[in-house]
Design a binder for this molecule. Structure first.
Ligand SMILES: Nc1nc2c(ncn2[C@@H]2O[C@H](COP(=O)(O)OP(=O)(O)OP(=O)(O)O)[C@@H](O)[C@H]2O)c(=O)[nH]1
Ligand SMILES: [Mg+2]
Length: 231
């Protein structure tokens, strides 16, 4: 699978080329998104960590305040885009086939098809994978890793690049914390060892609890982009 993104160490030269091209297109994406002040979130994390559930709860809370668009990345099928389209927002499914991540070119095409409006929020759900998506810049403003308590408190150390490259971390499924051997303080220490700038939010997407700080941070992110464009 990783031959498609060149992240295999034996494919280092291919990887450098692939990443260089990707970064060039990501910079174009960023320019388009900045010019229209479209706050763009790249949502990453393990399969089943709760990305789609969390995106749906975010949409439900914010759709009366802002236009929202979703680019949905999955290897196969349209199950997640079907779930998201029930909220009434515009969603575009990308199937990566054997690919294990979204890249900037796929997102560039999707932006051109979706045509997100000025000042809107664009959420990109990456393919469920704690490794390869970390390598591929999409032109996003925020990189959010959804890390659920059922994955274990050691994951930030074992999958360091993902947590190192993220700007925000959602510790999800906190409703299950009493039932499993997840040590919250150990998880936070492990996150801080890898990335002391990470903004961390602990919540249950399923129950919609403790979402407020996250929602406020999105509102602030939108305001920041708006004011930056005026400078
Ligand atoms: N208990 C609990 N379950 C959750 C929570 N969030 C999501 N789930 C469940 O976790 C499972 C996976 O959720 P999804 O939202 O589909 O996860 P995902 O990360 O989008 O999965 P992929 O797109 O396949 O990578 C579903 O059964 C959800 O109901 C939560 O906060 N608490
Ligand atoms: Mg999903």
């Amino acid at each position: 699978m990783c031959e498609t993104c060149g992240c295999n160490h034996n494919e280092m030269l291919v990887a450098e080329n692939v990443l260089e091209n990707n970064n060039r297109v990501a910079a174009e994406n960023k320019k388009i998104l900045d010019s229209k002040q479209i706050l763009t979130i790249n949502m990453m994390g393990s399969p089943g960590s709760g990305k789609t559930t969390f995106i749906i709860k975010t949409i439900e809370a914010l759709k009366s305040e802002t236009d929202i668009y979703v680019i949905e990345g999955d290897q196969f099928g349209s199950l997640d885009s079907d779930r998201i389209s029930k909220t009434g927002v515009n969603v575009l499914q990308i199937n990566t086939g054997n690919g294990c991540h979204l890249d900037a070119m796929a997102v560039n095409h999707a932006i051109k098809k979706l045509k997100p409006s000025k000042n809107s929020l664009l959420i990109i759900e990456n393919v469920g994978n704690l490794v390869c998506p970390a390598l591929f810049n999409l032109g996003e403003h925020q990189r959010v890793v959804v890390f659920s308590v059922t994955e274990g408190d050691d994951k930030p150390i074992k999958y360091a690049p993902m947590f190192h490259e993220a700007s925000h971390c959602i510790i999800n499924k906190t409703d299950l914390m009493d039932f499993i051997p997840f040590d919250y303080n150990t998880a936070i220490n492990n996150l801080r060892k890898i990335n002391h700038n990470l903004q961390v939010f602990s919540l249950s997407a399923l129950h919609g609890t403790n979402m407020d700080l996250w929602l406020d941070s999105l509102r602030k992110g939108k305001q920041y982009l708006f004011h930056k464009a005026k400078l």
